[in-house]
Design a protein around this ligand. Structure first.
Ligand code: ADP
Ligand code: MG
Length: 232
Protein backbone atom coordinates (compact mmCIF):
# COMPACT_ATOMS: atom_id res chain seq x y z
CA UNK A 1 0.00 0.00 0.00
CA UNK A 2 2.89 2.32 0.85
CA UNK A 3 6.45 1.88 -0.34
CA UNK A 4 9.33 4.16 0.57
CA UNK A 5 12.61 3.68 -1.30
CA UNK A 6 15.98 5.15 -0.39
CA UNK A 7 14.28 8.18 1.05
CA UNK A 8 16.44 10.95 2.49
CA UNK A 9 15.48 14.37 3.68
CA UNK A 10 17.37 17.46 4.77
CA UNK A 11 16.16 20.78 6.07
CA UNK A 12 18.16 23.91 5.38
CA UNK A 13 18.39 26.36 8.24
CA UNK A 14 19.99 29.77 8.69
CA UNK A 15 20.41 32.80 6.48
CA UNK A 16 21.42 32.83 2.85
CA UNK A 17 25.17 33.19 3.33
CA UNK A 18 25.22 30.81 6.27
CA UNK A 19 22.88 28.02 5.24
CA UNK A 20 23.30 24.78 7.03
CA UNK A 21 22.01 21.42 5.95
CA UNK A 22 20.34 19.37 8.66
CA UNK A 23 20.00 15.79 7.54
CA UNK A 24 16.86 14.42 9.18
CA UNK A 25 16.08 11.17 7.32
CA UNK A 26 18.76 8.95 5.87
CA UNK A 27 18.12 6.25 3.31
CA UNK A 28 14.77 5.01 4.58
CA UNK A 29 13.32 1.86 3.03
CA UNK A 30 9.99 0.51 4.20
CA UNK A 31 6.79 -1.07 3.03
CA UNK A 32 3.35 -1.06 4.56
CA UNK A 33 0.98 -3.74 3.28
CA UNK A 34 -2.73 -3.32 2.69
CA UNK A 35 -4.65 -3.81 5.93
CA UNK A 36 -1.60 -3.53 8.17
CA UNK A 37 -1.35 -1.43 11.29
CA UNK A 38 2.22 -0.15 11.50
CA UNK A 39 3.48 2.02 14.32
CA UNK A 40 6.55 4.21 14.03
CA UNK A 41 8.36 4.79 17.30
CA UNK A 42 11.50 6.63 18.26
CA UNK A 43 12.75 9.53 20.36
CA UNK A 44 11.61 13.06 19.87
CA UNK A 45 13.60 14.49 16.97
CA UNK A 46 14.28 11.13 15.34
CA UNK A 47 12.37 12.13 12.18
CA UNK A 48 8.96 10.49 12.70
CA UNK A 49 6.80 13.48 11.80
CA UNK A 50 9.06 14.37 8.88
CA UNK A 51 8.55 10.86 7.49
CA UNK A 52 4.78 11.17 7.82
CA UNK A 53 4.80 14.63 6.23
CA UNK A 54 6.75 13.21 3.28
CA UNK A 55 4.22 10.38 2.92
CA UNK A 56 1.46 13.01 2.93
CA UNK A 57 3.12 15.26 0.35
CA UNK A 58 3.31 18.21 2.73
CA UNK A 59 7.06 18.31 2.24
CA UNK A 60 9.12 17.14 -0.74
CA UNK A 61 11.92 14.66 -0.26
CA UNK A 62 15.51 15.58 -1.02
CA UNK A 63 16.11 12.12 -2.43
CA UNK A 64 14.30 8.83 -2.95
CA UNK A 65 10.86 7.64 -3.96
CA UNK A 66 7.43 7.22 -2.41
CA UNK A 67 4.67 5.00 -3.80
CA UNK A 68 1.15 4.97 -2.41
CA UNK A 69 -1.58 2.67 -3.72
CA UNK A 70 0.65 1.81 -6.69
CA UNK A 71 1.13 5.43 -7.68
CA UNK A 72 4.51 7.10 -7.69
CA UNK A 73 3.70 10.25 -5.76
CA UNK A 74 7.27 11.52 -5.36
CA UNK A 75 7.04 14.32 -7.92
CA UNK A 76 3.38 15.19 -7.62
CA UNK A 77 2.63 18.91 -7.68
CA UNK A 78 0.64 20.37 -4.79
CA UNK A 79 -2.63 20.49 -6.75
CA UNK A 80 -2.33 16.79 -7.62
CA UNK A 81 -1.36 15.93 -4.05
CA UNK A 82 -4.47 17.69 -2.80
CA UNK A 83 -6.70 15.48 -4.94
CA UNK A 84 -4.67 12.38 -4.15
CA UNK A 85 -4.91 13.03 -0.39
CA UNK A 86 -8.64 13.63 -0.64
CA UNK A 87 -9.11 10.20 -2.23
CA UNK A 88 -6.54 8.10 -0.38
CA UNK A 89 -5.50 9.53 2.96
CA UNK A 90 -7.13 10.37 6.26
CA UNK A 91 -5.23 12.21 9.00
CA UNK A 92 -5.39 12.18 12.78
CA UNK A 93 -3.24 14.53 14.85
CA UNK A 94 -2.40 14.87 18.53
CA UNK A 95 -3.82 18.39 18.55
CA UNK A 96 -7.05 17.28 16.74
CA UNK A 97 -6.85 20.32 14.42
CA UNK A 98 -10.58 20.89 14.36
CA UNK A 99 -11.98 24.17 13.09
CA UNK A 100 -13.08 26.06 16.21
CA UNK A 101 -15.84 28.04 14.48
CA UNK A 102 -17.51 24.88 13.18
CA UNK A 103 -19.54 22.44 15.26
CA UNK A 104 -18.89 18.70 15.30
CA UNK A 105 -21.27 18.07 12.42
CA UNK A 106 -19.68 20.76 10.24
CA UNK A 107 -16.14 19.63 11.02
CA UNK A 108 -16.97 16.07 9.94
CA UNK A 109 -18.82 17.30 6.85
CA UNK A 110 -16.00 19.57 5.62
CA UNK A 111 -14.00 17.02 3.56
CA UNK A 112 -17.21 16.11 1.71
CA UNK A 113 -17.92 19.77 0.99
CA UNK A 114 -14.40 20.12 -0.40
CA UNK A 115 -14.95 17.09 -2.60
CA UNK A 116 -18.16 18.54 -3.97
CA UNK A 117 -20.46 15.83 -2.61
CA UNK A 118 -24.15 16.78 -2.83
CA UNK A 119 -25.90 18.12 0.25
CA UNK A 120 -28.26 15.18 0.44
CA UNK A 121 -25.48 12.60 0.35
CA UNK A 122 -23.38 14.64 2.79
CA UNK A 123 -26.17 14.64 5.31
CA UNK A 124 -26.71 10.91 5.03
CA UNK A 125 -23.02 10.13 5.42
CA UNK A 126 -22.38 12.55 8.30
CA UNK A 127 -25.37 11.24 10.25
CA UNK A 128 -24.13 7.68 9.74
CA UNK A 129 -20.63 8.66 10.84
CA UNK A 130 -21.87 10.49 13.95
CA UNK A 131 -23.58 7.27 14.90
CA UNK A 132 -20.47 5.20 14.25
CA UNK A 133 -18.27 7.34 16.51
CA UNK A 134 -20.99 7.74 19.12
CA UNK A 135 -21.39 11.50 18.83
CA UNK A 136 -25.06 11.77 17.93
CA UNK A 137 -25.84 13.86 20.97
CA UNK A 138 -22.91 16.20 20.39
CA UNK A 139 -23.27 17.15 16.74
CA UNK A 140 -24.13 20.78 17.54
CA UNK A 141 -21.27 21.21 19.98
CA UNK A 142 -18.26 23.31 19.06
CA UNK A 143 -14.76 21.89 19.73
CA UNK A 144 -14.42 24.03 22.86
CA UNK A 145 -17.59 22.37 24.21
CA UNK A 146 -16.22 18.83 23.79
CA UNK A 147 -13.84 16.77 25.91
CA UNK A 148 -10.46 15.72 24.51
CA UNK A 149 -11.76 12.24 23.76
CA UNK A 150 -14.82 13.61 22.00
CA UNK A 151 -12.70 16.03 19.96
CA UNK A 152 -10.48 13.17 18.88
CA UNK A 153 -13.55 11.20 17.86
CA UNK A 154 -14.65 14.14 15.70
CA UNK A 155 -11.22 14.21 14.11
CA UNK A 156 -11.31 10.45 13.50
CA UNK A 157 -14.77 10.83 11.95
CA UNK A 158 -13.49 13.64 9.73
CA UNK A 159 -10.60 11.41 8.63
CA UNK A 160 -12.96 8.51 7.87
CA UNK A 161 -15.76 10.37 6.15
CA UNK A 162 -14.17 10.13 2.69
CA UNK A 163 -13.56 6.39 3.25
CA UNK A 164 -9.80 6.54 2.67
CA UNK A 165 -7.90 3.26 2.36
CA UNK A 166 -5.06 4.66 4.50
CA UNK A 167 -5.03 6.64 7.72
CA UNK A 168 -1.89 8.43 8.87
CA UNK A 169 -1.78 9.45 12.52
CA UNK A 170 0.80 11.53 14.38
CA UNK A 171 0.67 10.87 18.13
CA UNK A 172 -3.13 10.40 18.05
CA UNK A 173 -3.34 9.47 21.73
CA UNK A 174 -0.88 12.11 22.89
CA UNK A 175 -3.46 14.29 24.58
CA UNK A 176 -5.95 11.64 25.69
CA UNK A 177 -6.43 10.11 29.12
CA UNK A 178 -5.99 6.38 29.51
CA UNK A 179 -9.63 5.42 29.18
CA UNK A 180 -10.22 7.53 26.07
CA UNK A 181 -7.01 6.22 24.60
CA UNK A 182 -8.24 2.66 25.08
CA UNK A 183 -11.48 3.51 23.30
CA UNK A 184 -9.65 5.08 20.37
CA UNK A 185 -7.32 2.09 20.01
CA UNK A 186 -10.26 -0.29 20.05
CA UNK A 187 -11.95 1.77 17.36
CA UNK A 188 -8.79 1.74 15.23
CA UNK A 189 -8.56 -2.05 15.52
CA UNK A 190 -12.21 -2.43 14.62
CA UNK A 191 -11.86 -0.21 11.53
CA UNK A 192 -8.82 -2.20 10.54
CA UNK A 193 -10.55 -5.53 10.89
CA UNK A 194 -13.96 -4.64 9.50
CA UNK A 195 -12.99 -2.18 6.76
CA UNK A 196 -9.41 -3.26 6.14
CA UNK A 197 -8.12 0.29 6.55
CA UNK A 198 -4.31 0.53 6.59
CA UNK A 199 -2.90 2.55 9.49
CA UNK A 200 0.48 4.20 9.98
CA UNK A 201 0.63 5.56 13.50
CA UNK A 202 3.44 7.56 15.05
CA UNK A 203 3.62 7.12 18.77
CA UNK A 204 5.93 6.84 21.71
CA UNK A 205 3.26 5.10 23.66
CA UNK A 206 3.68 1.39 24.39
CA UNK A 207 -0.09 0.88 24.52
CA UNK A 208 -0.46 2.03 20.93
CA UNK A 209 2.39 -0.17 19.73
CA UNK A 210 0.45 -3.11 21.16
CA UNK A 211 -2.31 -2.84 18.55
CA UNK A 212 0.22 -2.86 15.71
CA UNK A 213 1.09 -5.69 13.35
CA UNK A 214 4.53 -4.16 12.99
CA UNK A 215 6.64 -1.55 14.67
CA UNK A 216 9.36 0.48 13.00
CA UNK A 217 11.90 2.24 15.18
CA UNK A 218 13.63 5.38 13.96
CA UNK A 219 16.92 6.48 15.45
CA UNK A 220 18.60 9.65 14.22
CA UNK A 221 16.76 9.48 10.93
CA UNK A 222 17.52 5.85 10.19
CA UNK A 223 15.45 2.72 10.62
CA UNK A 224 16.98 0.99 13.60
CA UNK A 225 14.47 -1.86 13.74
CA UNK A 226 11.41 -3.18 11.90
CA UNK A 227 9.70 -6.04 13.66
CA UNK A 228 6.42 -7.88 13.78
CA UNK A 229 4.43 -7.80 16.95
CA UNK A 230 3.79 -11.35 18.07
CA UNK A 231 0.58 -10.94 20.05
CA UNK A 232 -2.29 -8.79 18.99
P1 ADP B 1 9.93 13.60 15.61
O1 ADP B 1 8.57 13.69 15.02
O2 ADP B 1 10.49 12.21 15.62
O3 ADP B 1 10.00 14.22 16.97
P2 ADP B 1 10.65 15.49 13.54
O4 ADP B 1 10.47 14.77 12.25
O5 ADP B 1 9.60 16.45 13.94
O6 ADP B 1 10.94 14.43 14.68
O7 ADP B 1 12.02 16.28 13.49
C1 ADP B 1 13.25 15.67 13.16
C2 ADP B 1 14.35 16.72 13.13
O8 ADP B 1 14.12 17.62 12.07
C3 ADP B 1 14.45 17.54 14.40
O9 ADP B 1 15.81 17.74 14.69
C4 ADP B 1 13.79 18.84 14.02
O10 ADP B 1 14.32 19.88 14.74
C5 ADP B 1 14.11 18.96 12.55
N1 ADP B 1 13.07 19.68 11.81
C6 ADP B 1 11.77 19.33 11.70
N2 ADP B 1 11.10 20.21 10.92
C7 ADP B 1 12.00 21.15 10.54
C8 ADP B 1 11.93 22.32 9.71
N3 ADP B 1 10.80 22.71 9.12
N4 ADP B 1 13.07 23.04 9.56
C9 ADP B 1 14.21 22.65 10.11
N5 ADP B 1 14.37 21.57 10.90
C10 ADP B 1 13.27 20.82 11.11
MG1 MG C 1 6.78 14.39 15.80
Amino acid sequence: MIKVENLSHSFFVGKKNNRQEVSVLKDINLEVGEGEIVTIVGRSGSGKSTLLNLMSGYIKSTKGDIFIADERVTDYKESIWADFRADHLGFIFQSFQLIPSMNAYQNIELPLVMKGVSEKERKQRVVEMLDKVGLNDYQNHYPSELSGGQQQRVSVARALIVQPPIILADEPTGSLDQETEGELLEFIQQLNRVENITFVIITHDEEVARVADRTIRLEDGRIAADWEVAVR
